[in-house]
Design a protein around this ligand. Structure first.
Ligand code: F6P
Length: 326
């Protein structure tokens, strides 16, 4: 593809923050600067674009950012960007600022905003940043590894107290409508049961009988992982388990603690690769793409196609876990 002269780009983070978003911003800024491109950081996601809330970023202004959780650009879920009027105003603002391309890091909602802008003539490249790992076109989303590690560190601590009291810990993990995070975490902590939205559990066989089997095998405590999108609430799961096994249960909702903290090596490296790739894609004249990981490689995919793609649960891992966690 022919290289297009890009003079100024902008970068924003949108939706739920994810550890590694700062590493994306750093990589975008440093790659752009190395190629003589000016960078504007848009604050508060698309809201900032609508309100002309931005700052100039330089190679130096992103120093010390790689290891920081959250996003220095702030983030938001912007309702106005879902309206035609908002989308047109955002595109106009890009034009007034002379932005030749916009890089947007976030999840599904972020790409819908990017698609709307691309259709209005603003070249946009999306980068997958969400702890949920629920984006169909990519094997990996930035933040997933850090969130998984944070969750298992918390659950390892819970295990100590559950063991001491011979209790069952019922832990709710984030993930919105998907069970990728819950499955990953459940597998890593050796959970007795993992309840995910993609599978309706047979409560008697998949939960109660597993706890009973554990007790028969002298296990005095158990961890049950519930994805936040599961059909039963975590409290309902705990109440039923307590009623049917006679064991004391405690509910822990990990919540937003999973979104914070310094990114892991994996998140820092992938964020760096994807941020770098996105700038090069704009320089190559790409206008409506999402950076993705496929077969372990960084590639780019048309946003419209990407939005149509579904992300199935890792069924092999789910099945393996079903047979191991007894
Ligand atoms: O998409 C990331 C995520 O943390 C989901 O796992 C969760 O359902 C949601 O965001 C929570 O959103 P908020 O921070 O707006 O409460």
């Amino acid at each position: 593809m022919e290289e297009k002269k890009i003079r100024r780009i902008a970068v924003l983070t949108s939706g739920g923050d994810a550890p590694g978003m700062n590493a994306v911003v750093r990589a975008v800024v440093r790659t752009a600067c190395a190629n003589g491109i000016e960078v504007l950081g848009i604050n508060h996601g698309y809201s900032g674009l609508l309100n002309n809330d931005f700052r100039k970023l330089t190679a130096r202004s992103v120093d010390g950012l790689l290891q920081r959780g959250g996003t220095m650009l702030y983030t938001a879920r912007c309702q106005e960007m879902m309206t035609e009027e908002g989308q047109q105003r955002a595109a106009n603002n890009c034009r007034y600022l002379g932005i030749d391309g916009l890089i947007c890091c976030g999840g599904d909602g972020t790409y819908r905003g990017a698609l709307a802008l691309a259709r209005r003539g603003v070249p946009c490249i999306g980068i997958p940043g969400t702890i949920d790992n629920d984006i169909g076109c990519t094997e990996y989303t930035i933040g997933f590894d850090t969130a998984s590690n944070t969750a298992i560190q918390c659950i390892d601590k819970l295990r100590d107290t559950m063991q001491s009291h011979e209790r069952i810990s019922v832990v709710e993990v984030m993930g919105r409508h998907a069970g990728h995070l819950a499955l990953n975490v459940g597998c890593a902590v050796g959970a007795a049961a993992i309840l995910v939205p993609e599978h309706e559990a047979n409560f008697e066989n998949d939960v109660i009988e597993r706890v009973r089997q554990g007790r028969i095998n002298q296990r005095n405590h158990h961890i049950i992982i519930v994805a936040e999108g599961y059909s039963m609430s975590t409290q309902e799961v705990a109440d039923q388990v307590q009623e049917q096994t006679g064991m004391d249960t405690r509910v822990t909702i990990l919540g937003h603690v999973q979104r914070g903290g310094a990114p892991t090596v994996r998140d820092r490296v992938i964020a760096t690769q994807m941020g770098n790739y996105a700038v090069l894609a704009l320089m190559e004249g790409k206008e409506k793409r999402i950076v993705a990981m496929q077969d372990g490689k960084i590639v780019d995919i048309d946003i419209e196609e990407a939005l149509e793609m579904k992300k199935p649960l890792d069924e092999a891992l789910y099945e393996a876990e079903q047979s191991i966690s007894i």
